[in-house]
Write a protein that binds this ligand. Structure first.
Ligand code: GZL
Length: 330
C-alpha cells in the first residue's frame, strides 16, 4: 500500500467525513490499508546458476509472510525489456523498484521517470553509470574489479606453487556480457594483472555472454586458433563449464593441461573444483534478497542507508573446495 495514497485517502476520508457529518451521514473508510510493501524487481534474466540463486534469494525474501508483494520481471538479458518493466512498475505505483541492470549505461531517462513518480530505486548486483547519483537510493553487489584482482593473485600464487612462475604462460579470457559492470570490473582486474606480470600473455578475449553454450563456442574457437593455451579466465562459472567441454573435446585435461580460473563460486563449480576440472572460482555472492529487504526496512522507518554496499566474497579452489562445500548456501 503506498504511504502517499494512504495519506491522501485519509485526508479525503476526513474531508468526506466532515461533509458527511454535516449532512448527518458517516462514510465507511475506503479499502483498508493492506500494509503490504509492493516491490517491483527487474531481473536481468536466467542466464546462469548465479542468476538462478539471485532470483531465488529475492523470491524467498519478498513474500507476503514478510509483508511484501513482489512483482518480478525477467528481462531475458535485454535492456529494453528492463526499461519496459520499470515503466510498468511506475504505472502500478509500486513502493520500491529494484533493478539488476543488464548493462551500466542507458538508464538516465527511465530513472528520471521513477524519481518524478517518487518511487525509490535500489540497484542490486550490477551497477548503473548515471550522471546524477540521486537517481538511485542504494546499490548492493560484488566488487567486480577486486574479484578480477583476486583471480590473478590466485593464479600467480598457484604458478609459484607448481614451479611454473618463471615460465611464459599464455592466457585467454571468456568475458561476460559486454558493458555489464561484472564484465567491466573483472576484465579490468584480470587484464591489469596480466599486464603487470611479464610472464603472462593474453592471447585473446571475447564475450561468452555469461552462458555455458556461448562459453563453449568461444573456447572452441580459441582452441582452434591457439595450440598453446595455458590458462582460461572465465568471468563466470557457466562459461567455465562450457570451456571444460571444449577442452575435453580436443583431448586435453581441464585443470591440468589448461588451468581454469572462474568467477561466481556456484555449487557446480565446487563439484568441478573437487574433481580438479576447475582450479579456482572467485566468489560473487548472489544472496542479495535479505540485504535489499534490510535497506527497504530502514527506509520505511525513515532511516538513511549507505549508497554502496559490497557483499563479502572469498576465493575458493581445488585445495579447499571439499572442506567448504557443506557450508555453501547456493
Ligand atoms: C555478477 C553477476 C553476473 C554473474 C553471472 O554479480 O552480474 O551475472 O557473474 C551472471 O553468472 O550471469
Amino acid at each position: 500500500m503506498k504511504k502517499r495514497i494512504f495519506a491522501a485517502s485519509l485526508a479525503l476520508m476526513t474531508l468526506i467525513g466532515s461533509m458527511a457529518f454535516a449532512s448527518g451521514q458517516s462514510e465507511a473508510s475506503s479499502a483498508a490499508d493492506d500494509g503490504m510493501i509492493t516491490v517491483g524487481y527487474a531481473q536481468v534474466g536466467a542466464e546462469s546458476d548465479w542468476r538462478t540463486a539471485n532470483t531465488e534469494s529475492f523470491k524467498s525474501t519478498f513474500v507476503e509472510a514478510n509483508g511484501y508483494k513482489l512483482i518480478f520481471d525477467d528481462a531475458q538479458q535485454k535492456q529494453e525489456n528492463q526499461i519496459k518493466a520499470i515503466r510498468n512498475f511506475i504505472q502500478q505505483d509500486v513502493d520500491y523498484i529494484v533493478v539488476a541492470p543488464v548493462v551500466e549505461t542507458g538508464w538516465e531517462t527511465v530513472l528520471g521517470e521513477a524519481k518524478a513518480a517518487g518511487i525509490p530505486v535500489i540497484l542490486s548486483d550490477r551497477m548503473m553509470d548515471v550522471s546524477d547519483p540521486s537517481l538511485y537510493t542504494a546499490w548492493v553487489g560484488g566488487n567486480f574489479y577486486q574479484e578480477g584482482v583476486d583471480g590473478i593473485l590466485w593464479l600467480n600464487n598457484y604458478l609459484k606453487k607448481i614451479g611454473r612462475d618463471s615460465e611464459n604462460i599464455n592466457c585467454v579470457l571468456l568475458q561476460g556480457t559486454i558493458g555489464s559492470s561484472a564484465q567491466v570490473g573483472r576484465t579490468q582486474g584480470i587484464t591489469e594483472g596480466i599486464d603487470a606480470n611479464p610472464n603472462l600473455t593474453l592471447l585473446a578475449k571475447q564475450t561468452g555472454e555469461f552462458t555455458q553454450a556461448k562459453g563453449q563456442e568461444v573456447m572452441e574457437s580459441f582452441l582452434k586458433a591457439y595450440s598453446d593455451i595455458d590458462v582460461v579466465f572465465a568471468e563466470n562459472d557457466n562459461m567455465a563449464f562450457g570451456a571444460i567441454d571444449a577442452i575435453k573435446a580436443v583431448g586435453k585435461v581441464p585443470g591440468q593441461d589448461i588451468i581454469i580460473v572462474s568467477f561466481d563460486a556456484v555449487h557446480e563449480a565446487f563439484v568441478k573444483m573437487i574433481a580438479g576440472e576447475i582450479n579456482a572460482s572467485v566468489e560473487c555472492n548472489p544472496l542479495h534478497g535479505p540485504r535489499v529487504a534490510e535497506i527497504i526496512q530502514i527506509l520505511e522507518a525513515g532511516g538513511s542507508v549507505d549508497k554502496i554496499m559490497y557483499v563479502v566474497e572469498e576465493v575458493f579452489d581445488m585445495f579447499n573446495a571439499e572442506e567448504k562445500l557443506p557450508t555453501r548456501q547456493y
